[in-house]
Design a protein around this ligand. Structure first.
Ligand code: ATP
Ligand code: MG
Ligand code: MG
Ligand code: MG
Length: 562
């Protein structure tokens, strides 16, 4: 492609609204432009890189046996009402009405849409297991869209869903996706960790996040180079010991001042948890399990949680239900099947959570419905502490260190939550009707692009690895007004194209300094410079990731590059 004809609007200065390298460089090097907050246009260079990342993802999805589809972004509200998420997803879900005043949502994720297809089209165990995927734009009205492509309101996601006949089969599909994700992020050359994203307190290891290590990441992960253990700190408290207390602190329905120490423990636990970005906690009360969910900004470590929070209490019948709920969805807590839902806004999340968990009135805290014999949960958490840097890893094979990470992928064992709510059943091999078991698996494709720039750049610009670079070779004719430079550069451009290489040819009538600076910004792996020695048919070759240059004669250029 001739750069003189291409839409590559490079900028000398960093855009004022961009604080991190990927956002700055993608704008400056002419890959993206902002249309509105959290909404971006991918310019030709950006689109080329995105397509290459998609290609790697497609190849590995297809290799794992997953089938590609394309679902609509626009979805009728009824689907979301069936699963229950219409009522629980909150303001992140973009909703709208059509001209007949029917309600719709723009897909934030596609569990419902995919489940409805499978429910209608698959009825027998013979077709199971089945994994389907798509690469499509998602819409989320993020509270704080920021960092360019890292947190957009419209962004490209690869989302896959497995439909299984049993939990054992789900384990297998999950493992296949997990392995495919490892291959994808390895092929992209990213420094990443697959981390446990489940709360230790909730048990199970049914969800993993793929985190690219980067100081601009919004998550903190605990890992060790010598152990396989890696976890999202936010979700990975370590329960040291757990013993139920023999004492029963309070009686049923009795309004009383709680045991101060116990209350302090709850508060400390919540406080620490919220500092770490904890979003939910489960308590046992009166044979029921109560899930408390906070919503709001979760700054990790540096900013204390003090601002307005919503806290939600949901009573659930069983521990199993609660766990299922915790695992019910991509990024949201999914449908809440209990009708009783209390919304509280407080200026301190801890207070709100303690209040609504324990019950409170003007006289102060009190526990509601705590049956004698049945302990209240604080005891359960009394010995809990969060993992710290320098701790031995839980498997004893390494020492824990912390790092920031960008969540580029997430694999999730959903269980039968959606299938049950939406009636996705099948006949097993004895002709009995059974509910399907599901998994869901997402990769933020546009976020991955930005994460790659975070890992692959220097002070001058982007340094693409070959597998995703928008072009493989950048040919620069330093002064195209000089006949011999223009002719030689034209020849080299034609030769490289004939070899099947992807070539960007800077044939613009710009100063050499501008061309070098732009070439550094854009970050194509190999550069061929046609300059003063063009008359002798000698050019220079330089790799973007090294400072050294070498001279080449015209006839060896193709050989050197291919
Ligand atoms: P986050 O914790 O960053 O908000 P999430 O957990 O809500 O992400 P998932 O629901 O797990 O996201 O979606 C799957 C993947 O989609 C994520 O792992 C991430 O890579 C990507 N993703 C999610 N939200 C965004 C966004 N606003 N902009 C770009 N990519 C996103
Ligand atoms: Mg996630
Ligand atoms: Mg997340
Ligand atoms: Mg999110």
């Amino acid at each position: 492609m001739r750069q003189s004809k291409m839409l590559v609007p490079t900028l000398k200065e960093n855009p004022s609204d961009a604080d991190i390298a990927s956002h700055q460089l993608l704008v400056r090097a002419g890959y993206i432009r902002q249309l509105a907050s959290g909404i971006y246009t991918l310019l030709p260079l950006g689109k080329r890189v995105l397509s290459k990342i998609e290609k790697v993802i497609r190849e590995e999805m297809d290799r794992s046996g997953a089938q590609e589809m394309l679902l609509s972004a626009l979805q009728p509200a009824e689907l979301w009402q069936e699963s229950g998420r219409w009522y629980t997803y909150g303001p992140e879900l973009m909703r709208m009405n059509d001209r007949h005043n029917r309600e719709f949502a723009l897909g934030a994720t596609h569990e419902e849409a995919m489940t409805s297809i499978i429910r209608d089209e698959i009825g027998s165990y013979k077709k199971l297991p089945m994994t389907l995927y798509q690469i499509q734009n998602k819409f989320r009205d993020e509270k704080r869209p920021r960092f360019g492509l890292l947190r957009g309101r419209e962004f490209l996601m690869k989302d896959a869903y497995s439909f299984n006949e049993s939990y054992e089969s789900l384990d297998e599909s999950y493992q296949m996706m997990f392995d495919a994700y490892c291959r994808i992020f390895e092929r992209l050359g990213l420094n990443y960790r697959a981390v446990i994203a489940d709360s230790g307190a909730m048990g199970g290891k049914e969800t993993h996040e793929f985190m690219v290590l980067s100081d601009v990441g919004e998550d903190v992960i605990a890992y060790s180079d010598t152990s396989k253990y890696a976890a999202n700190v936010e979700m990975a408290p370590v329960v040291q010991t757990y013993e139920k207390s023999a004492e029963t602190p309070l009686e049923k329905e009795k309004v009383a001042t709680p045991d101060q120490k116990t209350m302090q423990e709850v508060a400390d636990y919540l406080d620490h948890g919220l500092d770490q970005g904890l979003k939910s906690i489960m308590f046992e009360v009166d044979d029921k399990y109560v899930l408390v969910v906070t919503r709001g900004d979760h700054e990790v470590n540096d900013v204390k949680v003090k601002n307005l929070y919503d806290a939600k209490v949901v009573e659930l019948a069983s521990e199993e239900d609660t766990k299922r709920l915790m695992g019910a969805g991509f990024g949201s807590l999914g449908p809440i099947d209990a009708p009783e839902e209390v919304e509280v806004v407080a200026d301190h999340a801890v207070e709100a959570m303690v209040n609504i968990t324990c019950g409170a009135n003007d006289e102060g805290f009190h526990y509601k419905n705590v049956t004698p014999g049945n302990d209240f949960a604080p005891d359960r958490y009394a010995d809990m502490r969060f993992i710290e840097e320098g701790d031995p890893s839980p498997d004893g094979k390494g020492i824990i260190q912390f790092a920031r990470g960008i969540e580029v992928g997430h694999v999730f064992k959903l269980g039968s939550f959606y299938a049950e709510n939406m009636g996705a059943t099948f006949l097993d091999n004895s002709g009995k009707s059974q509910t399907m078991v599901m998994g869901s698996y997402g990769i933020g494709v546009s976020r991955t692009l930005a994460a790659m720039v975070e890992q692959f750049h220097d002070d001058q610009g982007i340094v693409w690895p070959n597998q995703v670079a928008p072009y493989q070779v950048h040919v620069l004719s330093l002064n195209p007004k000089k006949e011999e430079q223009r002719v030689l550069a034209d020849k080299i451009y034609a030769d490289l194209l004939a070899e099947g290489l992807e070539v960007l040819y800077d044939d613009r009538p710009e100063r050499a300094g501008v061309k070098f600076a732009d070439s550094d910004l854009i970050g194509i792996p190999v550069r061929i410079i046609v300059g003063k020695k063009a008359g002798e048919e000698i050019v220079e070759m330089k790799r973007r990731d090294s400072d050294s240059k070498e001279e080449l004669s015209y006839d060896s250029v193709v050989e050197e590059i291919k």
